[in-house]
Design a binder for this molecule. Sequence first.
Ligand code: MN
Length: 201
Amino acid sequence: MSFQLNPLPYAYDALEPFIDTLTMQIHHDKHHQAYVTNLNAALEKHPELAGKTLEVLLGDLNAVPEDIRTAVRNHGGGTWNHNLFWQLMAPKTGGDPKGALAKALDAGFGGITNFKAEFEKVAMGRFGSGWAWMVRKGDKLSIVSTANQDTPLSEGLTPVLALDVWEHAYYLKYQNRRAEYVSNWWNVVNWEEVDRLYSAK
Ligand code: MN
């Protein structure tokens, strides 16, 4: 059973005006699809890996056969990261996190305003293509970034928030203005899902 492209959990235009329709179409149907296709092509060379989840493969890349390790890292990472990214956004969200997550952000970062500022700094500091993340290890939350399609799963960390800062995620609407993309992105963050991931210990 090969991996499939997960459908978007909302319409292409659902995140307008913050994320535009054409970007969503190309990002999901072309970029995300390409990661899935290339991942499956790599895994075909090793039928013994059939049935392993992406979490297992990415969680221990050293256990992946060397001839496809880079492909699994890049395309498996690209597949998994985007699966998460779509879930972490939703139309008509906005507002701030509530409940256990809000308490954790207060304790870890001194509140949502400081958290957002620190997250934006990390997102802006990623040179070239990559991702900004909030990750959990035990009870501790931290903000990290990764290059390319590397995923914190490979570092033993559990992602609870993810922002794609590849140019393909924003260039059509924002061109070189990554900062504007990042600050607008807060309007579509699905905090309920972030809280669910944070609380799923
Ligand atoms: Mn992307």
